[in-house]
Design a binder for this molecule. Structure first.
Ligand code: NAD
Ligand code: UFG
Length: 329
């Protein structure tokens, strides 16, 4: 297939481009590089040995997006482009609603105009809100704790309405759990701007000595060791989930969790990181982070039974690959 990947220079998008190309697809990337670097495109080409067509374009700019669609004959779109920092979304909610909603609406409108009938959307486990884990696709969604999460829930609803109104279209909503790890080459990985918000890049930067110590946000949650539990998934497993999802699209709306179904606590992740990589990660316990929930892990059964996809890599693989990437920077 000829696939448009918006946000393809970013963390999950770049790994997905590698998996798509290695599965025989052709990839065109549209990214405005607001949270990524153009060199990542060169790295995708280096890993795969294939050319990637790249456009430095903002997906909220409808005439520019239209111009690219008019030059290509896309079979499918995977829409990653969006802002994703939870904390920033609280201080700059309008930027988040503007970018994430408008970007999605523009890409949908242009895809309708050009008859590109397959649309895969990057959603998030955050749309389940404070439901009890494991999260199942059929659960009633609860309000997200921040504007970023709300943009994901709103985009889901926009896409549901769009597919209802346009027969013959296929929309797949992929709800990711917590991607960590990096491509085994160590050439691409997660490159956060400034001080990381997320746990794994914070751990690797502490291990490297760029940051002094990890702050563990609370050890009084109702979990086995009191620290928060998440469903960490290797980014290459997540990437392969996209390949399968786009190859097996059906008419109408599909929703899949992409997670492992297993929860790991912050302390467990730190301990495995130290053991596998033979390096210490100094930490201190601090207050809970506002908006965090105790536990978040997937019921991953639907993607396995309907798509035949299952995450394969372990936490040990994930911490090894994250650390390899950090060391290469
Ligand atoms: P990322 O920031 O690394 O990648 C997003 C890419 O989109 C970046 O390259 C950025 O430059 C680009 N972008 C943003 N706004 C754009 C615009 N208006 N026009 C063109 N390009 C634009 O983030 P990621 O971790 O790869 O996440 C990809 C998607 O998955 C996002 O939509 C994110 O919300 C979603 N998601 C991520 C996680 C996670 O933990 N990483 C979890 C759930 C969902
Ligand atoms: N944590 C710390 N210290 C840190 C960072 C995180 O203790 O410096 C803890 C958090 O409290 C939480 C766990 O590590 O218990 C994971 O936190 P992350 O910030 O890495 O991830 P979140 O689960 O908060 O959120 C991530 C993405 C969201 C996405 C969500 C669900 O940032 O965009 O996963 O997929 F919506």
């Amino acid at each position: 297939m000829n696939i448009l990947v918006t946000g393809g220079a970013g963390y999950i998008g770049s790994h997905t481009c590698v998996s798509l190309i290695e599965s025989g697809h052709t990839v065109t990337v549209m990214d405005n590089l607001c949270n990524s670097k153009v060199e990542t495109i060169d790295k995708i080409e280096l890993i795969t040995g294939k050319k990637v067509t790249f456009y430095n374009i903002d997906v909220t700019n409808e005439s520019e997006v239209d111009r690219i669609f008019s030059k290509h004959d896309f079979d499918a779109i995977i829409h990653f482009a969006g802002l994703k920092s939870v904390g920033e979304s609280v201080s700059k909610p309008l930027d988040y609603y503007y970018n994430n909603l408008l970007g999605t609406i523009v890409v949908c409108r242009v895809s309708l105009k050009y008859g590109v009938k397959r649309f895969v959307f990057s959603s998030s486990a955050t749309v389940y809100g404070d439901n009890e884990s494991p999260f199942v696709e059929t659960m009633k969604l609860l309000p997200a704790a921040n504007p970023y999460g709300e943009t994901k829930a709103m985009c889901e609803r926009i896409l549901m309405d769009m597919v209802k109104a346009n027969s013959g279209y296929s929309v797949t909503l992929l709800r990711y759990f917590n991607p960590i790890g990096a491509h085994e080459s160590g050439l691409i990985g997660e490159l956060p701007n400034g001080i990381p918000n997320n746990l794994m890049p914070y751990i690797t930067q502490v291990a490297k000595g760029k940051l002094e110590k990890l702050k563990i946000f609370g050890n009084d949650y109702p979990t086995a060791d009191g620290t928060g539990v998440r469903d960490y998934i290797h980014v290459m497993d997540l990437a392969e989930g996209h390949v399968v999802a786009v190859e097996k699209m059906k008419d109408g709306l599909q929703i899949y969790n992409l997670g492992t179904g297993k929860g790991t606590s912050v302390l467990q992740l730190v301990n495995v990181f130290e053991e596998v990589n033979g390096i210490r990660v100094p930490y201190e316990i601090t207050d809970r982070r506002p908006g965090d929930i105790a536990e978040c892990y997937a019921d991953a059964g639907k993607a396995e039974s309907e798509l035949g996809w299952k995450a394969r890599q372990t936490i040990r693989d994930m911490v090894r690959d994250s650390w390899r990437f950090e060391q290469n920077l």
